[in-house]
Design a protein around this ligand. Structure first.
Ligand code: ATP
Ligand code: MG
Length: 329
């Protein structure tokens, strides 16, 4: 495995609301390696989007604040660096396709104008070169008739076209890292397959690292090299996708996998993990998963487990493993 280009260490992003403190990201740890696709996977509300937005400080602030932690990118801590330095990293080094990205397109400008604005903001190219680059990016996204598509307003494009235009826009400054937050949720299965294919192709051709955010483990198997399973604002298991799928170690990961549909068994109802995700305003003491965990022990109610290595490139935060596992509880 090559060296990490991005390291997220004990990241905490909290929202100070009138109802209390929402600990959306609450001790997040993971590394991203050069040229890999890391999938952040977990149920709705577990902090996937806020953790990704935190890398570039793009969450709502106030009420949000990074209260602790580091995001190391090529030796620079993006949490502590100046706004100017961060602005230089945004788009050019690390770009993001936002969840519901299509709605971020401005309805009163053509897609071409919006793409060219983005390219101009970072590159010192003249108008003709900017136009050529915008057209090439749409072609790379396999949008048919790229020159015509540049002249379209967002409402003239299908959902799939808009989503691909948004991915093209995020690539306009040739980023080293692309964060794709649920890029296929609002498109049909055919477009979904196209977008997955495009992302895999980009990773291979541009040797780009991708952080792919999803709640869908089948997409993880399709695109991911490694996965980080997120629960209640933190990573509870990381491993290669093969290990996550074949040898899940955290009871939450096992629960997610057991919820995958198995067409061959002719099941009528999809299984689900019993219970609900914890209220972020009122996290349970100890392991945040213990109220839903069939393997919970006494210690799980009191002590929060840290991530421990259980094999090469496989870490788990669970009292079933690590120091004292199997001891008196
Ligand atoms: N601006 C905000 N103010 C207060 N709470 C917020 C804000 N943005 C997000 N949150 C809360 O932070 C928590 C994590 O949200 P986040 O959007 O990261 O979840 P997610 O894992 O991306 O979920 P989904 O799969 O539904 O996209 C949630 O409880 C959410 O309500
Ligand atoms: Mg999200």
């Amino acid at each position: 495995m090559s060296s990490a280009i991005l390291e997220v260490e004990n990241l905490n992003t909290w929202f100070y609301t009138r109802r209390g403190i929402v600990k959306a990201v609450n001790g997040m740890n993971y590394s991203l390696y050069a040229g890999e696709c890391l999938c952040l996977v977990g149920e709705s509300g577990c902090g996937k989007s806020v953790s990704a937005l935190s890398l570039l400080r793009l969450f709502d602030s106030p009420p949000g604040k990074i209260v602790q932690g580091r995001v190391l990118y090529n030796g620079t801590d993006l949490v502590a660096c100046s706004p100017d330095r961060l602005r230089a990293v945004r788009g050019k080094d690390i770009a993001m396709v936002f969840q519901n990205a299509q709605s971020a397109l401005n309805p009163v400008f053509t897609v071409g104008d919006q793409m060219m604005e983005q390219i101009k903001a970072h590159d010192g190219l003249d108008r003709n070169d900017v136009l050529t680059k915008a057209k090439m990016l749409l072609e790379e996204m396999r949008i048919p008739g790229a020159a015509r598509a540049l002249k379209m307003y967002p409402h003239q494009m299908s959902g799939g076209m808009k989503q691909r235009a948004m991915i093209a826009m995020s690539l306009s400054c040739d980023p080293k890292i692309l964060i794709a937050d649920e890029p296929t949720t609002s498109v049909d299965v055919t477009i979904r397959a196209q977008i997955m294919h495009i992302l895999k192709d980009l990773k291979a051709r541009r040797n780009m690292s991708i952080i792919f955010i999803t709640h869908d483990l089948s997409l993880v198997s399709e695109i991911g090299d490694r996965a980080a399973v997120v629960y209640a604002g933190k990573v509870v298991e990381t491993a290669t996708v093969t290990n996550i799928m074949n040898n899940p170690s955290h009871p939450y990961t096992s629960g997610l996998i057991s919820c995958l549909p198995d067409i061959s068994s002719g099941m009528k109802r999809l299984p689900s993990i019993p219970g609900n995700t914890p209220n972020p305003l009122n996290m349970p003491a100890g392991c945040p998963f213990h109220p839903r965990c069939s393997k919970a022990m006494e210690i799980c109610r009191r002590v929060e487990p840290g991530l421990v290595h259980i094999a090469d490139d496989h870490t788990v935060a669970c009292h079933l493993y690590g120091p004292g596992a199997g001891g008196s509880r």
